[in-house]
Design a protein around this ligand. Structure first.
Ligand code: BGC
Length: 730
């Protein structure tokens, strides 16, 4: 044994010495020290190279096609040249949070990879462990595809339920979104690659995203959207933060001193680098001095701002040399800290079966059972005649559009649907729900109808024992969508459900939708965009092979009048003039808005049925060392094993609270029939506080705080209270 340890040590020393061509190769040194050593040796041009990003696909500049630089991985989002003479590798950047995406015009080359379900779906699992595993899986695929930077980690809070990118994000609550996205980023970076968190900040709608000026009170932002970022950053230490397209309180996010220098770098102590979103840079000196460290894929900007222009700004002293050193140092120290230099990426084979299982596990826990009259679900194999209708369920499951799109192994299951170009193509993963259901139904006769003819579909439904009706929307980057299902699907569902009350509606949407037919449907599940193995995941949940354990991370409004901004200004317009968008709802996003206004949503935040039932009891609270800990029990009172998500909310009637209640914790628990577990949650003090902008502190007022526990934000049967002493912290 001793000999073994000795031999390993000797080998390690040899490895360190052998690799130590440069002093900064010494892995025993910290990343800051190593980065400082490299900076010392760098020329001005080399520093500029690190901060000046290129596109990884064929771009267009002033109407001309521009090839990616040699060395870039074709079809990727970005490339930043390395410095071979100093042993610094290039940065190979790929989108995004659902897997390795294919980006832009690639001259026909696509990368077929594993897709997780939508980010919103992963949030619906309320299971950070699954988010971590999903992140670890897509990070490993990124690595095996030759990428060392993954543009994942979308944590923009849902303020606008019609936002075309909500499917990439993690819902409307800062604690839930920050925790889930933080776990995913940790998973990605466990592969010794860099992940971003994005889009910083307040980029909460796609309409006019590049020109809109979001006006938001600072305290409200800190208590909502920025809190989601802060939690994700604390939990994962992402290598990079991507600043967003929009302006915030007057300045573009990528040249916003208050956001980047003051908040992110100074107050939060962020040590990584800020990269711009693609086309989000509008200046050279202003952006560099405000805290932007890297211009991404400059062909997307009006001109190259961090190339020769930055060099000129350094010469003219409008950007100090020490600022350029800081920009380069932040990038280098991140490359050292995350393992990008020490553990270079290399292309390698991928085990798609294994990775598909990771995606499927995520998807199975994400599916939310919204309605289940007369226990129509779980299905049983006993049916004789089953109708499966709509949404190309014979072929596959839909994906959202835009830069996050992962091209599936085996190709698009439904090619040719419009739009076929950006933000398309409309993609279906070849995981057919019909096929997966057929395998489960055994002897039953399954008939598929595409749903194009509602009368024919209703006739088929009337002649069937059970109907499984799929409906979908197509959300995607650069556009927002109405809350209604498109293409006459509401009429289709109404006709089918009227013909057969044993109709199970499976929604495949990236956002909440209105359900004018809800009263007629026997059962409704929200399956989201369910990823590479979505068909199998849906069948397993419908059959109860696994419990229905997803819970909504986003409120489903009953009508568009209920949301804070019933109209999206300039919706669908191509080039509106710049305008201001005031987030007048402040920190009261999502369920907080509904609670504050006493509005009854269609389905509330946190809601979702299980195939079993649960009871909560024994609420206790204690305050120790200034920390509030809350305990209670949860018991499975039904006859099936299941998974529940008991949620704790806190409330306070004092000043500065945006809403009656805030989510303060939850646990995903697995319980056998009759089994009971104790849940103990420690509450983040910021969730008991208000942010005081002048003193830049979180202030907890002395007094009584309400505690409530239950199955959703609107089903909180177990209540109590606790007295807290006054406290403030930065
Ligand atoms: C998106 C980013 C993405 C980037 C690179 C932009 O359009 O907003 O999320 O990472 O493109 O593809």
């Amino acid at each position: 044994m001793k000999r073994c340890v000795g031999a390993t040590l000797a080998l390690l020393m040899l490895a360190t010495r052998a690799g130590a061509a440069n002093p900064w190769d010494d892995r025993t040194l910290g990343p800051d020290q190593r980065a400082d050593m490299v900076i010392e040796k760098m020329t001005l041009d080399e520093k500029i190279r690190l901060v000046d990003g290129e596109f990884g696909s064929v771009g267009t500049l002033h109407g001309q096609e521009v090839d990616p630089p040699s060395g870039a991985l074709m079809g990727s989002a970005g490339y930043v040249g390395g410095i071979p003479r100093l042993g610094i590798p290039a940065q190979f950047e790929t989108d995004a949070g659902l897997g390795v995406a294919t980006q832009g015009n690639t001259r026909g080359k696509v990368r077929e990879r594993t897709s997780l379900p939508a980010g919103l779906a992963t949030a619906a699992t309320w299971n950070p462990e699954l988010a971590f595993r999903g992140g670890a899986m897509i990070g490993a695929e990124a690595r095996a595809s030759g990428f060392n930077v993954m543009l994942a980690g979308g944590v923009n809070l849902t303020r606008e339920p019609r936002n075309g990118r909500n499917f990439e994000y993690a819902g409307e609550d800062p604690l839930l979104a920050g925790t889930i996205v933080g776990a995913e980023i940790r998973g990605i970076q466990s592969n010794h690659i860099i992940s971003t968190v994005k889009h910083f900040a307040e980029n909460d709608q796609e309409t006019a995203r590049t020109i809109v000026n979001v006006e938001m009170d600072e305290a409200a932002a800190r208590m909502s959207d920025l809190l989601a970022f802060q939690i994700a950053i604390e939990q994962s230490d992402p290598g990079s933060v991507m600043c967003s397209y929009n302006r915030l309180n007057g300045d573009y996010a990528c040249e916003n001193d208050a956001l980047l220098n003051r908040l992110l770098k100074k107050e939060w102590g962020f040590k990584g680098y800020v990269m711009s979103d693609w086309g989000a840079v509008h200046s050279t000196a202003k952006a560099a001095n405000a805290g932007l460290d890297q211009e991404s894929a400059w062909v997307f900007d009006d001109e190259n701002r961090f190339g020769d222009k930055l060099k000129a700004a350094i010469a003219g002293k409008s950007v100090p040399m020490k600022r350029l050193d800081d920009m380069a140092r932040r990038i280098l120290r991140t490359m050292f800290a995350k393992g990008v230099v020490d553990d270079p990426v290399a292309q390698a084979p991928i085990d798609f079966a294994k990775d598909g299982a990771v995606s499927q596990a995520d998807s199975e826990e994400a599916i939310v059972l919204l309605k289940n009259d007369k226990a129509l679900l779980p299905l049983s194999a006993g049916a004789r005649k089953v109708a499966v209708i709509g949404a190309h369920a014979d072929a596959g499951v839909p994906a959202g559009g835009g830069s996050s799109l992962v091209y599936p192994v085996g190709g698009n299951a439904v090619p040719g649907l419009a739009p076929t170009t950006w933000p398309g193509p409309v993609m279906f993963h070849p995981s057919s729900p019909l096929k997966a259901l057929r395998a489960r139904f055994g002897q039953a006769e399954l008939t598929y109808a595409d749903g194009a003819d509602p009368a024919a579909a209703a006739k088929l439904a009337a002649a069937s024992d059970t109907v499984i009706l799929f409906a979908r929307n197509w959300d995607g980057e650069s556009h927002d969508e109405p809350l209604s299902l498109p293409d006459g699907q509401d009429a289709l569902i109404a006709a089918v459900a009227a013909a057969n009350p044993r109709t199970v509606v499976v929604l495949e949407t990236g956002n909440p939708v209105l359900m004018p037919w809800l009263a007629q449907a026997g059962a409704v599940v929200e399956a989201w965009y369910s990823g590479t193995k979505g068909g199998e995941a849906i069948a397993r949940v419908l059959f109860g092979d696994v419990d229905a354990s997803g819970r909504l991370p986003i409120t489903f409004p009953a009508s568009v009048d209920q949301v804070p901004h019933p109209e999206i200004a300039h919706l669908g317009e191509d080039n509106p003039a710049p305008y201001d968008l005031a987030y007048s709802e402040g920190a009261a996003a999502g369920y907080k808005w509904f609670d504050k206004r006493n509005l009854t949503p269609l389905f509330p935040f946190g809601y979702g049925l299980s195939y079993s039932t649960y009871a909560y009891d024994g609420l206790t609270a204690k305050v120790e060392g200034g920390k509030l800990t809350v305990s209670f029990t949860v018991r499975n009172t039904g006859s099936r094993p299941g998974k529940d998500v008991p949620q704790l909310y806190v409330g306070h009637s004092g000043d500065g609270w945006e809403a009656p209640r805030r989510l303060a914790g939850w646990e995903k628990v697995s319980l056998q029939p009759g089994e009971m577990k104790q849940v103990t949650l420690t509450v983040d003090p910021r969730l008991l506080a208000r942010f005081d902008a002048p003193s830049r502190k979180w202030i907890i007022a002395a007094g009584s705080y309400d505690l409530s526990v239950g199955a959703s934000s609107r089903d909180l049967g177990l209540t109590g209270s606790v007295r807290l002493p006054a406290r403030s912290s930065p």
